[in-house]
Ligand binder design. Structure first.
Ligand code: SGN
Ligand code: CA
Length: 535
């Protein structure tokens, strides 16, 4: 058994709860570990330079990986904000935490959560930024959240007194300010776990005023499969998240002009009304020449596709620059205050995102770009692991990881698995060989059909169900962009049967009978995977 002297230092609080477990091998002189968990929204690995150098430069995010590890196979369980956050705090798949989708669910804050367990073990816990679980946070000594998606400009915050307070400033900066303030004023006698939840990079990518001029000289080539015809993939064809068809010219691409009304132009104007007169002037001074040029040239066809894609990329990059700078400011604070040695810093996103792949923005699908999520960790002293970790990991694993690091016994029925052995450089022989995924939010915005499936290191099998019954099989080694659905093709019977069995096994393990949604479930008993497969 490994000694865990650090646990002795946690003292009576956790010991008295009887929840201690042997966790990590650190020396007696070291202080208990702290955790800073930074989660952004819709930040995808294609736009993080330690994963992909084609587009963005994110030196501060990369710094986290440089002094620690980069997970190359990090995925979510249900690629949507609320569900991802619920998976993260509970260590359970959506079926276990019962937060299936953003539109119909309210998180039951009375259930077991990792922040509550950390609190019980003597940790100070705080949450700042986007929460998006509808009920007020539980398990945090301090919280300050934005209502719903939050606003980039002069946002409202909900405080612990349940007041809504409007604040001057840009949200990415404000969340960092508040995080640093909390660190400054915390009770230094206790270890802490701070959750910093940014709105950035969520739609509709409103840059800070300072960053407006950046990246205007950059042009980005369209991804090879931008003009995907979705052949053999009817569920992929049915979505409404196309840059060409569904991206709003005013709301997303900022081409506001008197007389031009789009589905979301009113929302965009309402957002701009949050700006101070000075901000609004700087905004208009920047966009007006672009707007004028756009309507004058009136691009069509491929030229319009390139124009839309490039505006999208540039706005995303401007917002990302603030995010990277602000994460840098938080890291500097930790460094200057001697906190880095004994703090695990985690950086991840609530899911990945499409940057024009298949012609899309948004997420939801079990395809790679959105099932994948960036995950890098700066490791505290005592953890010498560096470089890449290639094992299959999922956002349900964060809760057990933090619990183990805090010396709290991970409940046996928790779906996630602690990543601590991987952080120590071990390669457990019995590590999972497949990940389970289930997306439920349909019918809804972007119209991505309900689906579930399994992903191994090489294969992916997906079943789209509900008002469609389509299976898709991908060979990720030979078709990494998932353009060729091999389901039902000759030669793939055996792997298909194996993956189907795996889905059945995982649905049983996680107790996830396929749900058709609240309307259907009122009158029908949930169907098992096997019943659906037999339909
Ligand atoms: C909003 C966005 C959608 C986005 C969802 C979920 N529309 O509804 O484009 O898919 O959030 O995103 S918007 O018109 O309000 O911008 S999530 O990350 O919060 O799950
Ligand atoms: Ca998101």
């Amino acid at each position: 058994m490994k000694t865990n002297n650090r646990l002795l230092l946690l003292g009576g609080v956790a010991a008295a709860t009887g929840t201690m477990a042997s966790a990590c091998s650190r020396t007696a002189a070291e202080k208990p570990l702290n955790i800073v968990y930074i989660m952004t929204d819709d930040h995808t690995a294609q736009m993080m330079s330690c994963y992909d150098t084609r587009y963005a430069s994110t030196p501060n995010l990369d710094r986290i990986a440089r002094d620690g590890v980069r997970f190359t196979n990090s995925f979510v369980a249900n690629s949507l904000s609320g569900p991802s956050r619920a998976c993260m705090v509970t260590g359970m798949h959506s079926c276990g935490n019962r937060f299936y989708d953003n539109e119909t669910c309210i998180f039951d804050g009375s259930q077991r959560t990792m922040p509550k367990m950390l609190q019980a073990a003597g940790y100070q816990t705080a949450l700042i930024g986007k929460w998006h679980l509808e009920s007020l946070p539980t398990g945090f000594d301090y919280w300050e959240i934005v209502p719903g998606q939050g606003h980039y400009y002069n946002p409202n915050f909900i405080t612990m007194q349940n007041d809504t307070v409007s604040q001057r400033g840009y949200l990415t900066t404000l969340i960092t300010d508040k995080s640093i303030d909390w660190l400054e004023n915390r009770d230094e006698s206790k270890p802490f776990c701070l959750f910093v939840h940014h709105k950035a990079q969520h739609r509709n990518w409103l840059s800070s005023i300072e960053n407006l001029p950046y990246f205007e000289d950059k042009t980005f080539p369209l991804p090879d499969n931008f003009f995907d015809d979705y052949e053999g993939r009817p569920a992929a064809a049915a979505q409404e998240m196309s840059i060409m068809k569904d991206m709003d010219l005013v709301y997303d691409l900022k081409m506001l002009k008197p007389g031009v009304k789009t589905r979301l132009s009113g929302t965009y104007e309402w957002m701009l009304n949050r700006m101070t007169p000075e901000e609004r002037k700087a905004w208009d001074d920047f966009y007006n020449p672009i707007i004028e040029d756009f309507y004058k040239r009136n691009p069509q066809g491929r030229e319009l596709a390139e124009w839309k894609f490039n505006r999208y990329m540039r706005d995303y990059m401007k917002v990302l620059k603030s995010l990277d700078d602000e994460v840098g400011r938080l890291l500097d604070y930790l460094e200057e205050n001697g906190l880095l040695e004994n703090t695990l810093v985690v950086y991840t996103s609530d899911q990945g995102f499409y940057m024009g792949e298949h012609g899309w923005f948004d997420k939801r699908f079990m395809y790679e770009e959105s099932m994948h999520t960036p995950l890098v960790m700066r490791l505290p002293d005592g953890f010498d692991r560096r470089g890449d970790i290639d094992e299959l990991v999922q956002n349900i694993d964060y809760a057990p990881t933090f619990l183990e690091l805090a010396g709290v016994k991970v409940p046996e029925d928790m779906h996630g698995v602690s990543l601590v052995p991987l952080l120590r450089g071990e390669h457990p022989a019995d590590w999972r060989d497949a990940l389970y995924y289930h997306f439920y939010e349909y019918p809804a915005e972007h119209m991505v059909k309900r689906h579930y499936g399994v992903r191994t290191d090489r294969w992916k099998l997906i079943h789209f169900y509900n008002d469609i019954d389509i299976w898709e099989l991908y060979d990720l080694e030979n078709d990494p962009t998932e353009m060729h659905n091999l389901y039902g093709k000759e030669g793939y019977e055996e792997i298909t049967a194996e993956l189907m069995a795996k889905i059945g096994e995982l649905q049983e393990k996680y107790d996830d009978p396929v749900r058709f949604g609240p309307e259907h479930d009122k009158d029908h008993a949930p169907l098992t995977h096997r019943q659906v497969a037999a339909m």
